[in-house]
Every structure is written in structure tokens, then in C-alpha cells.
Design a protein. Structure first.
Length: 142
């Protein structure tokens, strides 16, 4: 499991740019970004090299930010690669709350927010191993 940074932003022009500038000014490298919006606010999900430091930097600037545990899997870059992983998760009763893909370094990685307990034991039961933070955060890890 890895830490994902989640940031809540007002759904207004320029707010995503300002948030990205805070991360850049603090030398935080984003590896993946996903934005979901509603009429009033956006939910920004980020995989970055130093998620705890990123959360603190954003909080210092008045942003509402938190870290969340998610699973990250190397996915074979072929048609049906994701389907194989999702089938294994379903077979052990793990639900996917949300998902997005990322290109991290030279790899394709799917980031999945899973529900079902205990997640770690069920991943083992499915014969799967998600990536360790040191596998994902390049080049520097927290």
C-alpha cells in the first residue's frame, strides 16, 4: 500500500494551478494526478514522491489535504491487463472504490482504492502484491 495525497479545492478557475505551484515551490514531484469535480469543489488525487511533506506544505498554505492508503499495481500493457487484476480482486471480495492509471518512470501503474477487510491478507490470497512505496516514489522516497 502507498500513500496518496487527496486535496479538496474550490471548483474555480486557477485553483488547481495555485495548488500545483505550491507543490512545485516545495520541490515535490507529482507522478500521477486525477481530478474529479462537482459543481462546488474538486477532489484531486495525487501520487507524489513525498506525500506527507506535500500534505504539510499544502496545509501550511490553507489547503485541505490528507493522505490515504491505496494499492498500486504494475499492469501489463496489453489489452485485458487491467481486467486480469480486477478479476483476481473480485474473486477475493475486494471492491474497487475508485481507480486511475499512471505512468511512473517507465512503468504503467494502476492505482486502486480498495475496500474489504483485511486487504493485505486478501491480496496474498489472490496471489497479488501491490507496490511498496519505495517501488513507486522515484527517485526519492519518504
Amino acid at each position: 500500500m502507498i500513500d496518496q495525497l487527496t486535496v479538496f479545492l474550490p471548483n474555480e478557475p486557477g485553483t488547481l494551478a495555485k495548488m500545483a505551484k505550491v507543490l512545485g515551490d516545495n520541490n515535490i514531484q507529482m507522478h500521477a494526478l486525477m481530478v474529479a469535480d462537482t459543481a462546488d469543489f474538486g477532489i484531486v488525487r495525487i501520487i507524489c514522491d513525498t506525500p506527507k511533506r506535500a500534505s504539510e506544505a499544502l496545509a501550511d498554505e490553507g489547503y485541505r489535504a490528507a493522505t490515504t492508503q491505496v494499492a498500486a499495481f504494475d499492469v501489463e500493457n496489453v489489452p485485458g491487463g487491467l481486467a486480469k487484476i480486477l478479476r483476481k480482486l473480485a474473486d477475493v471480495q475486494l471492491n474497487v472504490e475508485y481507480a486511475y492509471c499512471a505512468s511512473i518512470g517507465s512503468r504503467t501503474v494502476d492505482v486502486l482504492k480498495l475496500t474489504g477487510n483485511p486487504i493485505g491478507a486478501k491480496l496474498v490470497q489472490a496471489g497479488m502484491r501491490d507496490l511498496d512505496p519505495a517501488d513507486v516514489y522515484l527517485p526519492d522516497s519518504e
